[in-house]
Design a binder for this molecule. Structure first.
Ligand code: NAI
Ligand code: MG
Length: 502
């Protein structure tokens, strides 16, 4: 049965699992609430799928895997394009669900949903364009590789960009001939279930795409551990990513991990200060700081520190924090009570180890039960301070001043993470030298993050393995088969194999 959204009452009814092209209740008939983080009110009961439901979904995906692999790539692409059209048609409803469930403010959620077809189209386009290569082997032989799907892929999704992260991994998986089982985050399952309705409507064969909602340690762990799941894509915390990788290792599944970060925003003394301040604010306040690439370490050159901080305060004072359904809101709440308490705790830690320069409280006028936090800035932050080392995932930044470029690079790289960095300077040589020396998977110069389907995204060090998006994403959802054909027509003795006859 499909879901219905009562936008006025902020309630959703009839969420069910999507397995083998059907809407079903979890075997245990249990559910858990998901809340509107603007108010703390329950908006829906989400089915609490467990290992037995994951078994059903993986079995359905496995049963159809070979048929889907050998479906013409052009036909798989056509279905993805049909899905893109349906997402466009239903973008407003998807945006309302996403805003209600995750705390993205509505116009931002509308922008995000409007962009999702770009990912579906990009990977639809790749379906019939990627392939193997021919290899020059000795002798009269034809040697080549085939790029083949993994089979069943599992997708464990976080709550910060629920549908975008689902689509950026499922679109290449499906385009390249895999069948998918998705486990959304428990705080934000609704857009995934709505998306499943659109997959169904687009006409994907039953079993090709499945959604099992549930708790991480139950449904999530069962998916990662399932022996018939050949590849797992996980986005979320580094800690849970390690657990998922260990579970997957038990059956030697391929793993793509997109994990945490503590990204630097670097401001050189010659930077355009207004741009740098805007980039810095977007870097740690976008989606209330719940962004893997969030620029939470602001490395500001000592010569411009005072000017930078002055402009930073002016800019932060204009930031409208509030209910995501108010037109004026530019920053909504944190996703959950758990995340709110985690961020509040980090702010207390910060007060004990650095100077609270801006914010730190609950923004005035925000709804009572909501999980709102002011943009918060600490100064006098030492390199061993927890707030400058650990991923907070809230609108909290540490300002660190620097003078020497070598020290700057060393400080930026002194992190278990290596996801992303932003550099502000007018000097392109400095910018490019810095970009090369940073141990991160992505760099932006004179601009904050902008996620794109065609640019690879992922981390160095404990920020992850593998790459989402771009042509690089192909590696995450394919395996290589090598084929050699003897063109002599009969088997000769004395093989050419590296000079070593048996
Ligand atoms: P998490 O990493 O535990 O959750 C992400 C996903 O993993 C969810 O779907 C969850 O159900 C699932 N999961 C949880 N435990 C699992 C297990 N044992 N086996 C398989 N799947 C499991 O993140 P959480 O606890 O919601 O947030 C904690 C922190 O994680 C945040 O404060 C933030 O620092 C980080 N985080 C990072 C994200 C990123 O984009 N890099 C996204 C979400 C959280
Ligand atoms: Mg929610």
């Amino acid at each position: 049965m499909t879901m219905t959204l009562d936008a006025q009452a902020r309630k959703v009814t009839q969420a069910q699992l999507y397995i083998n092209g059907e809407w079903v209740a979890p075997k245990n008939n249990q559910s858990f609430p998901t809340v509107d983080p603007n108010t703390g009110e329950t908006i829906a009961d989400i089915p609490r799928g467990d290992a037995s439901d994951i078994d059903r979904a993986v079995a359905a995906a496995k049963a159809v895997a070979v048929e889907w692999q050998f479906t013409d790539a052009i036909a798989r692409a056509a279905l993805l394009r049909q899905l893109a059209a349906l997402v466009t048609e239903h973008a407003d409803e998807l945006a309302r669900l996403e805003a209600l469930d995750s705390g993205h403010y509505l116009s931002k959620a509308q922008d995000l949903m409007g962009a999702i077809p770009l990912w579906l189209d990009y990977f639809a386009g790749l379906a019939d364009k990627v392939g193997g290569r021919t290899i020059e082997v000795p002798g009269n032989k034809l040697s080549f590789t085939l790029l083949e799907p993994l089979g069943v892929t599992g997708h464990i999704i976080p709550w910060n960009y629920p549908l975008l992260i689902l689509v950026r991994s499922c679109a290449p998986a499906l385009a390249l001939g895999n069948t998918c089982v998705v486990k959304p985050a428990e705080d934000t399952s609704l857009s995934a279930l709505k998306f499943a309705e659109l997959v169904h409507q687009a006409g994907f064969p039953p079993g090709v795409f499945n959604v099992v909602t549930g708790l991480g340690p139950e449904a999530g762990a069962a998916l990662a551990a399932h022996p018939d799941v050949a590849g797992i894509t996980f986005t979320g915390s580094t800690e849970t990513g390690k657990t998922v990788a260990k579970l997957a290792a038990d059956h030697v599944a391929q793993v793509n991990l997109e994990l945490g970060g503590k990204s630097p925003t670097i401001v050189f003394p010659d930077a355009d200060l207004d741009d740098a301040v805007e980039g810095a604010v977007q870097g740690f306040c976008s989606h209330a700081g719940q962004v893997c690439v969030a620029g939470t370490r602001l490395f500001v050159h000592a010569d411009i520190k005072d000017a930078f901080l002055g402009k930073l305060v002016e800019r932060l004072q204009t930031a409208q924090v509030g209910d995501g359904f108010d037109d004026s809101t530019q920053m909504g709440p944190l996703v959950s009570k758990k995340q709110y308490e985690r961020v509040r705790n980090y702010i207390e830690v910060g007060k004990s180890e650095a100077t609270l320069f801006y914010g730190g409280g609950k923004p005035a006028g925000t709804p009572e039960g909501g999980y709102f936090v002011e943009p918060t800035v600490f100064t006098d932050v030492t390199s061993d301070a927890r707030i400058s080392r650990e991923e907070i995932f809230g609108p909290v930044a540490s300002v660190i001043t620097w003078t020497d470029e070598n020290d700057l690079i060393a400080a930026c790289n002194d992190s278990i993470y290596g996801l992303f960095a932003v550099i502000f300077t007018q000097n392109i040589t400095k910018a490019l030298n810095t970009a090369r020396r940073l141990q991160v998977g992505g760099v932006m110069i004179n601009e904050w993050f902008g996620e794109l389907p065609m640019a690879p995204h992922g981390g160095y060090k404990q920020s992850g393995t593998g790459r989402e998006e771009g042509l690089e994403a192909v590696h995450g959802y394919t395996q290589v088969k090598h084929v050699t054909v003897n063109l002599d027509g009969s088997l000769r003795s004395g093989a050419d194999w590296a000079g070593a006859p048996l």
